[in-house]
Ligand binder design. Structure first.
Ligand code: AOS
Ligand code: ZN
Ligand code: ZN
Length: 389
């Protein structure tokens, strides 16, 4: 097999790549029409971590697992120990203000001081969890907004959001960070309080250097040039993390790289261009749900998709591209860019994996490992974990 030209020059970067898995990807999830139960689904956070560790064991790509509070509430020190024994670490802690009746009309933006304080306290609890797990990042996604013009005072909500975030920020430890995720719709449809990168950027900039933006690839209007946003946030030093996933229509949370691998390639190209690859300041995370496919295989396929597009983007002939760009040779520049995208790196990656004592085909190795049969036999009784439980 002949590896693509330059492949050996990029293997150090590939070896350093780390992608954080979401604990909720291993629980049952669905649409508002149906949540399908799946044999072998974890019944508690410990079993979610075990499944995540299997993904890492077979791909070498996923050493960290994100938690969602309260879904993953448990003995966190024991959970961290369990993770360590399985070869992974606990990562980002996600807050949740979208499943409490008190937060129907807002949480960090609520007009009622009692409810707003309750939402702030929830985030303080999340930071307590981070202290126990050794996590660095608190990720905040807010399901806040309004459905009808006139329903809410958008300006007042923005001011209260700042005040709430400042109180949470003050509680962060020296090496901890806050990342604020944006989303232009859902569950509110007229306005959301953090709809876009500009709002997230404005809010985190008003807090301090430990506050950054989280970019979820599924949270933009169709046609949005997401790689431009990546470029801009890196340029401004405020890209804290990615929530990677794919979408066809809205916030589909499908496997990253499945719907539009070219978009993923373009995004990773800008990450590399902006110094964000394998940079601890820019966390790569998945935010996905596997409703119909095998969850462990879905996570494996996703991290491998990120790896494949990273390899292609690293193979880009940047010197030739710059020369073509600067000489105004539009066709040549586009050809060079597309040549990298069209390079099939799969055989070279398989060979390289083998050289690192990883399976050439991790999904096939998983199927042959018997792990799925084992968890289906063992995880009977109890309640399966789900998105929201
Ligand atoms: C919601 O749309 C966001 O993507 C959040 O990151 C959320 O916390 C996550 O999807 C889990 O539900
Ligand atoms: Zn997300
Ligand atoms: Zn989302």
């Amino acid at each position: 097999m002949t590896a693509p030209t330059g492949f050996t020059d990029i293997t150090d970067e590939l070896a350093a790549q780390a992608i954080e898995l979401p604990s909720w990807a291993f629980g049952n999830s669905g649409t508002r029409f149906k949540v399908f139960g799946t044999p072998g689904t974890p019944r508690d956070p410990f079993e979610k971590i075990a499944d995540a560790a299997k993904v890492h064991e077979l791909t070498g790509l996923a050493p960290q697992v994100a938690l969602h509070i309260p879904w993953d509430r448990c003995d966190f020190e024991a959970l961290a120990t369990h993770a360590g024994q399985l070869g992974v670490r606990l990562g980002t802690v996600n807050s949740n203000t979208f499943q409490d009746d008190d937060f129907k009309f807002g949480a960090l933006t609520h007009v009622d001081e009692r409810i707003r304080s309750k939402a702030i306290d929830h985030h303080i609890e999340c930071i307590d969890v981070m202290d126990a797990t050794g996590s660095r990042d608190l990720k905040i996604w807010l399901a806040e907004g309004s459905n009808y013009p006139g329903q809410a005072d958008m300006r007042g909500r923005q001011d209260r959001l700042h005040d709430s975030l400042a109180k949470i920020y003050d509680r962060l430890g020296e090496s901890q960070r806050l990342v604020l995720e944006y989303k232009f719709f859902e569950p509110s449809f007229y306005h959301t309080d953090v709809p876009d990168w500009g709002t997230s950027f404005a809010q985190v900039s008003a807090l301090g250097d430990k506050a950054k933006v989280c970019l979820d690839t599924g949270h933009h209007a169709p046609g949005t040039n997401i790689e431009f946003i990546v470029m801009q946030l890196l340029r401004l030093g405020r890209l804290g993390s990615f929530d990677f996933n794919s979408r066809f229509y809205a916030d589909d949370d499908l496997m990253v790289g499945a719907a539009d691998p070219f978009q993923l390639f373009r995004i990773i190209h800008e990450v590399i261009r902006g110094g964000g690859l394998n940079n601890p300041d820019v966390a790569f995370m998945l935010d996905q749900c596997h409703n119909v496919e095998n969850k462990i295989e879905g996570q494996m396929r996703s991290v491998l998709n990120v790896q494949e597009m990273t390899a292609r983007a690293l193979l880009l002939d940047t010197a030739a591209l710059t020369a073509a760009q600067e000489s105004g040779d539009v066709i040549a520049a586009n050809d060079i860019f597309m040549d990298a995208f069209y390079t099939d790196v799969r055989p070279a990656l398989a060979e390289w994996r083998t050289s690192r004592r990883l399976p050439a085909n991790p999904v096939q190795a998983f199927r042959e490992s018997g792990y799925q049969e084992q968890i289906e036999a063992e995880r009977v009784g109890g309640t399966q974990a789900g998105w929201g439980a």
